[in-house]
Design a protein around this ligand. Structure first.
Ligand SMILES: CC(C)(COP(=O)(O)OP(=O)(O)OC[C@H]1O[C@@H](n2cnc3c(N)ncnc32)[C@H](O)[C@@H]1OP(=O)(O)O)[C@@H](O)C(=O)NCCC(=O)NCCS
Length: 190
């Protein structure tokens, strides 16, 4: 991929840096991915082994960049190398996936990271529309999408297969490049 893989928030926010995952992040990925919330809401292997973290960083992520099929970034504070979480953009669907280590949730880091990825995706033209989905009931994820300006599209079978091969009912949303980045009506709780 010729496009820059290191992104920073243009202005305001907490000053996030999105960059490449490296071998030095493997322990943090492994530790964060022991969280039972991940077993419930993500499609990562379970139990999650150290070898899953190393193959994710050394295999899945660089292959995704090389094939332009999935761009995956580490989420860090601008002035630190500590890994806080991960955000990924899958193409051509424009689907976002993301998670944070438990200690870093509830500070608005993910809405900021989604904004950075959206700015990058729309300005480079890799897509003009982002998709988001989460299992029904994952309100933390849905609140991120709502805050970022996604339009709630309803409950549909998940695009991604889960661990059992099924496509469970999921909340779905879409953000167009022309959409304002402010909450819109129509979310299940609004
Ligand atoms: C979804 C996730 C990335 C949200 O990121 P975040 O930076 O914490 O997002 P925000 O700070 O905007 O908080 C979003 C919502 O999370 C919930 N939340 C807040 N603090 C939290 C905490 N300490 N722990 C868990 N959830 C919390 C709240 O519902 C919050 O909404 P609110 O602003 O109305 O209170 C994060 O909760 C996470 O990693 N969850 C587990 C993995 C996952 O479900 N990923 C998405 C799969 S589709």
């Amino acid at each position: 991929m010729a496009l820059s893989s290191t992104l920073t928030a243009a202005q305001g926010g907490t000053g996030l840096r999105l960059d490449r995952l490296t071998a030095a992040d493997a322990t943090a990925v492994f530790d964060y991915c022991q969280d039972p919330v991940f077993e419930r809401y993500l499609t990562i292997p379970w139990p999650y082994l150290r070898s899953d973290a190393t193959s994710f960083i050394a295999g899945f992520v660089p292959k995704g960049w090389a094939s332009d099929a999935e761009y995956t970034w580490a989420i860090r504070e601008a002035d630190s190398d500590e890994l806080l979480g991960v955000i990924a953009l899958r193409l051509p669907s424009g689907s976002l996936g993301f998670w944070l280590g438990a200690a870093h949730r509830g500070r608005g880091l993910l809405p900021e990271a989604v904004g950075v990825v959206a700015d990058w995706a729309f300005s480079t033209g890799v897509t003009d529309s982002l998709r988001w989905e989460c299992l029904v009931g994952n309100t933390s994820s849905a609140r991120v999408a709502e805050k970022c300006g996604f339009t709630f599209l309803g409950e549909v079978p998940a695009e991604s297969a889960y661990r059992d091969g099924g496509h469970p009912l999921s909340w779905s949303g879409r953000l167009l490049s022309t959409d304002p980045r402010t909450p819109r009506p129509g979310w299940p709780w609004a």
